[in-house]
Write a protein of this length. Structure first.
Length: 493
């Protein structure tokens, strides 16, 4: 909060306290923590405008000479005719008695007329349209006394002193370089038009922010970082209401990084625009598409990715597009007319890498295979219905998928047949798989294989034995060979 030296409310009406400027908006002559007092010979106090801050109309102990920087203010000739100057750190001197208009206070305390500032133009002290606004004070001019016939003036009164020149405040030095073509009224660029600000009854603020410091007449330069990577010639954007915005000013500057921007740009009419603060910044997606916000103490938020336009940086570092601010409208980053201006950075986006071609993997063909470690079983001579066991046989999954093993037998070469049971000229073969527990797998003929084992993984093994049972009666003759074949088959389940 301001210290006790901040002026009080003054003698301006609590309701009728508003001045309007087309370029600056509403100006409050009785703000919280400020206010103006009208005296018979001078004004004193502070006025608040949301877009430019505090305006000092005089420090008191007037009348003011308005000839030096430490003796300025608004004078009153006692009849309500105001003259002299107020000071605003961001806009400069406001003249209350320019050649074209003078601000006056009538016998009812109502202000009228226009104040003038070279940066923000005219400010109107009373309504000329549908919106009823004005500034009114409790002070009234003293009535002019009726002169006595005997009271003849001995001399003509001396005219109020008018300064021979507008005092020149100490301001931030202008940039040493200017756009290639000096901006002038004859070649003003034409960005996207914005609606003119019309004062409306709902626009009157209900409260005014408190100043963080007591306004002083001397502008104090804002400390700013190094120059950055903006081109020293191509550094200008343009706003119809705020003028030229310099992205490479003396004592400031902007740096473009692959993920954000930071630093300070400057416009003479609104001051510094900060592109990266504690809780805000202008972002860069790495391809030059900007988003986010910059901040101006006097104009407010500047959007770099408005719904209607986005600021971008091309492959050569050139900015284009429009930024937007509610109070000053559109800011154009590249020329559309005869004036060659733009903002350019030495930052260049990384080229989009050409994606490498991913080779299509060649599918590995499925291999289904089984092999045995025993390929011959010599049973020998046995009697009718006799039995004979084989040695342990190993079946190996030689494929690359999980397999199922089946087993089947073939009839004898001499006429015997393989059957589920023994009989005349009929023999039987059974199998037992490890862990052994009895020959519980009976082989059928070659057209009806039975499962030996299932879920056999690649390179896994199955151990098994075979049991042979001879026919109960032989009609083919003992000298007839009866060899037969046992086949193990692998398949994918």
């Amino acid at each position: 909060m301001p210290t006790a030296t901040v002026p009080g409310d003054g003698n301006i009406d609590a309701v009728k306290k508003w001045v309007w400027g087309e370029n600056v908006g509403w100006v409050d002559y009785r703000p919280a923590d400020g206010g103006v007092t009208v005296y018979d010979d001078y004004l004193k106090g502070f006025v608040w405008a949301s877009n430019i801050g505090w305006l000092n109309v005089g420090a008191g102990t007037g009348s003011y000479d308005n000839t030096t920087f430490d003796n300025y203010g608004v004078n009153n000739d006692g009849s309500g005719n105001l003259s002299g100057f107020g000071w605003n750190e961001n806009a400069g001197w406001v003249n209350f008695s320019s050649l074209s208009s003078q601000v006056v206070v009538d016998s009812n305390g109502n202000f009228s007329g226009y104040g003038w500032n070279e940066n923000i133009g005219w400010t109107n002290f009373s309504s000329l349209g549908d919106v009823d606004y004005k500034v009114k004070t409790d002070w009234n001019p003293a009535p002019t006394p009726t002169p006595s016939p005997s009271a003849i003036p001995t001399s003509t009164p001396t005219a109020t002193h008018i300064p021979t020149a507008t005092p020149a405040p100490t301001v931030t030095p202008p940039p040493t370089t200017t756009p290639t073509i000096t901006p002038g009224t004859s070649c003003t660029p034409t960005p996207i038009p914005t609606p003119s600000v019309e004062p409306t009854a709902t626009s009157i603020p209900t409260c005014s922010p408190s100043p963080s410091v007591i306004p002083t007449a001397s502008p104090i330069p804002t400390p700013v970082p190094p120059i950055g990577n903006i081109d020293s010639t191509y550094k200008w954007s343009f706003n119809e209401n705020a003028g030229w915005l310099n992205f490479c000013p003396e004592g400031g500057g902007v740096t473009v990084y692959s993920d954000h921007l930071e630093g300070w740009a400057r416009a003479d009419n609104i001051g510094w625009v900060h592109l990266k603060g504690t809780d805000y910044q202008v972002n860069n997606d790495g391809s030059g598409n900007l988003s986010g916000y910059g901040w101006s103490e006097n104009a407010g938020w500047v959007s770099f990715s408005n719904v209607e336009s986005k600021v971008t940086i091309d492959g050569e570092g050139n900015f284009s597009g429009y930024g937007y601010n509610y109070n000053i409208g559109w800011t154009n980053f590249s020329s559309l007319g005869g004036v060659d201006y733009r903002v350019k950075t030495s930052w260049i986006m990384e080229p989009t890498p050409t994606p490498s071609v991913t080779p299509t993997p060649t599918p590995t063909p499925e291999v289904i295979s089984v092999s045995l470690d025993v390929h011959e079983w010599n049973i020998g001579i046995i009697g009718p219905s006799g039995t004979e066991e084989s040695v342990e046989i190993t079946a190996i999954n030689d494929g690359n998928v999980t397999e199922e093993f089946t087993i089947h037998g073939a009839d004898g070469t001499g006429g015997w047949t393989i059957e589920p049971g023994v009989g005349q000229d009929r023999f039987m073969v059974k199998a037992d798989v490890s862990p052994y527990g009895g020959y519980n797998i009976t082989l059928a003929d070659g057209t009806s294989p039975v499962i030996l084992d299932t879920g056999v993984g690649a390179a896994e093994t199955v151990f098994f034995k075979l049991q042979y049972s001879a026919p109960s009666n032989d009609t083919k003759g003992s000298d007839i060979p009866q060899g037969f074949t046992i086949t193990i088959t692998a398949s994918k389940p």
